[in-house]
Design a protein around this ligand. Structure first.
Ligand code: PHE
Length: 461
């Protein structure tokens, strides 16, 4: 992405490179949004929180809160063309500490990466398990045992995670991000097709109707304040907003890019992938007798069951986990970009060194999450393992809080005039009405709504 940035130069001399084409922008932004959030987190949270009611709140949160915040974040980044901390410093009045949003975002990135890298580790391990064929079974006991054997082994958990970190670090240090993005662009349609195929098979299973009812027929009694907070947190996580990733990507956007249209397309495509994952998984959950509330294990135990029903299922399952790993790599690269670009531009560290430092920190931080199902299973903070805690704090506190501050910043500090001008590409686009509507939401609706859902969900009011 940053192909022109020569490694090792001080930030001041850096010619800031950007995405080269409109399609490239869309693909890279989508590459950040689509990841384990769709394939792993969305199904497991939907299962654990009662199904359709959760989905409904998630959809509402994505539309009403996520989309406007996403536009705002990309816009701010493009206006200032800098890392999140410098962006907020440049756009805020002097001596107002809005740049702290950037600092919180960087901490959020580390927190997310420490558990995300472990889930990617499971995906990598599953590529190899799928190759050996041992996990291909529709018997819940077999697939559950295989997953438990992996996560309860401290050495395997750690080694796979280190493998993932070295892999991602290698991509960044070698400067082949661009190549990876080009590859992702080509491979994502295949993942999409494979998910469609999985859905078709899943829908032909005995209890498909039950699975679909669970996913689409809301039971409003299941929507509690904490369910709403989890759904909202997922909306933030899914769109990669509230912690600076979209701001950083926005800083690479071209000046003639139509931001509202891009954000809308990314949101739609992202929702599509999540829905396909849900439709692929829930019919199998009910047909083979898995527990919908199985938690983070859900995808890893049900997907092999679906593939066991498909001709050439083993080969296709290998492809599925490889493509999931590719999707997750795109998301991880965008997460890493936040601390790397901050260390690079703010502290003047060469990109390579910034990357290595980030990876090194993650080896330590991530170990807590990697060992959460084995050596550290009994080590709990607020009743959660380090894995669950990192997930909870990032999605349900840091990202929504980031969203509140960003909305307040745009709505009350930056102001309507600058917002409108920026959203219309300085008068090139005629989207005055849309700008007014989005601004209104950012000023009055998003901050209040996010705050209420957060405080209620955390049981503080
Ligand atoms: N949106 C990514 C996913 O769904 C995760 C992510 C969160 C990426 C925050 C960047 C920032 O997998």
């Amino acid at each position: 992405m940053n192909e022109k940035s020569p490694m090792g130069q001080p930030a001041a001399e850096l010619p800031r490179a950007g995405f080269s084409s409109g399609f490239g922008v869309l693909a890279a932004t989508l590459g950040s949004a689509v990841g384990l959030g769709n394939i792993w987190k969305f199904p497991y949270l939907t299962g654990a929180n009662g199904g359709a009611g959760f989905l409904l709140v998630y959809l509402l949160a994505t539309l009403v809160i996520g989309l406007p915040v996403m536009m705002a974040e990309i816009l701010l980044g493009r206006e200032a063309k800098a890392n999140p901390i410098s962006t907020l410093q440049a756009l805020a009045p002097k001596r107002q500490p809005w740049w702290l949003i950037g600092v919180a975002g960087m901490l959020g990135a580390f927190l997310i990466l420490s558990f995300y890298s472990e889930v990617v580790a499971w995906v990598f391990a599953y590529v190899f398990k799928a190759l050996r064929g041992s996990i291909l079974s529709s018997d819940p006991r077999v697939t559950e045992a295989a997953f438990n054997a992996l996560i309860s082994d401290p050495l395997q958990s750690l080694l796979w995670q280190w493998g993932v970190l070295v892999f991602i670090g290698g991509i960044l240090v070698l400067g082949v991000t661009k190549g990876i993005e080009a590859l992702t662009k080509k491979l994502m349609p295949i993942l999409f097709l494979l998910l469609l195929l999985l859905c078709a098979f899943s829908l032909s299973l005995d209890k498909a109707a039950e699975g679909l009812a669970f996913l689409f027929k809301p039971d409003f009694s299941k929507i509690s304040a904490s369910v709403a907070l989890t759904a909202m947190g997922l909306a933030f996580f899914k769109l990669s907003i509230g912690m600076g990733t979209m701001m950083t990507y926005g800083s690479y956007f071209r000046d003639d890019q139509n931001i509202p249209v891009t954000a809308f397309r990314v949101m739609c495509a992202d929702l599509c992938v999540s829905m396909l994952a849900g439709i692929a998984i829930f019919p199998a959950v009910f047909t083979f007798g898995f527990a919908p509330a199985a938690g983070p294990a859900l995808v890893f135990i049900t997907i092999p069951a679906v593939f066991s029903q498909i001709p050439m299922g083993q080969g296709l399952m290998v492809v599925f986990f490889v493509l999931t790993a590719v999707a997750a790599t795109g998301a991880m690269l965008s997460l890493m970009e936040v601390p790397v670009v901050i260390l690079h531009e703010r502290l003047g560290l060469p990109r390579t060194r910034a990357t290595l430092l980030t990876i090194l920190l993650l080896v330590f931080l991530g170990a807590g999450c990697a060992l959460s199902n084995s050596a550290l299973a009994d080590f709990k903070v607020l009743g959660m393992t380090l894995f669950d805690l990192s997930d909870f704090v990032s999605s349900n506190i840091i990202l929504p809080a980031g969203g509140i501050f960003l909305a307040v910043f745009v709505g009350w500090v930056w102001g309507m005039d600058k917002f409108r001008l920026a959203l219309s590409n300085h008068g090139q686009l005629h989207n005055e009405k849309l700008a007014r509507a989005v601004f209104f939401v950012l000023r009055y609706v998003s901050p209040v709504l996010i705050l209420v859902v957060m405080l209620k969900g955390l049981n503080l009011i």
